[in-house]
Ligand binder design. Sequence first.
Ligand code: ADP
Ligand code: MG
Length: 242
Amino acid sequence: MAHIPRLEIKDLTRSFGGRVVVDHVSLSVEVGQVTCLLGPSGCGKSTTLRMIAGVEMQDSGEIWVDGRLVCDTVTRVPPEGRSIGLMFQDFALFPHLSVADNVAFGLKGPKARKRARVCELLERVDLLRFIDSFPHELSGGEQQRVALARALAPRPKIMLMDEPFSGLDNRLRDGIRDETLSILKEEGTAVLLVTHEPEEAMRMADEIALMRAGHIVQQGAPYNVFNAPVDKEAAAFFSDIN
Ligand code: ADP
Ligand code: MG
């Protein structure tokens, strides 16, 4: 049987006002793996992620989840039907809802079952004691973990993360990155992580796709991309990591 990746995008392309910002981007993400879309600001990372999430429509190209076509120019499965979870830097918690209600937000079904899932996840992110608190009573790092629990609640097959750690101060960031990764790995979720920081990609990725001006210019294991950059520009991009 042919191998089927968890997420596969083929030749995804999008223009704004006649300017191509995502140009025939193809990549795949495997079960239990973290693929990092890495590149400087403005190169088209967020637009790529938004198309995969289904909140932005591509001009051409295909998106496949577990071997099922979810979007091309004819088919268009709505965002909530794609089994995709989202964690964006500005994807804030709902301030007027408790931690429990934030985590339960995307869940359907009987109340008791939703409650059980909420408790399970809050335990996993070590925040069960805050179940009846409100977002403003939590630190930035704790809010981030609630956002992770909320995104995981409907058991998405894929988690899309757009610079989710950049709003956190340095002191917290490493711990939260590691914790987030280990929870995602335990859940077996495939992750597509967007970042402009080479150091973050080196730390978190199983696979790096280096993006520049709408194109993927190099793809491979972090060690290989770091040690054998495709050109001078790629080398310079990685040069501030020690
Ligand atoms: P990145 O996430 O890598 O910083 P983006 O995907 O946000 O890049 O943006 C890529 C380019 O597309 C930028 O030049 C941005 O200004 C442009 N762009 C993104 N969204 C829109 C939009 N809705 N309308 C017009 N231009 C956009
Ligand atoms: Mg962006």
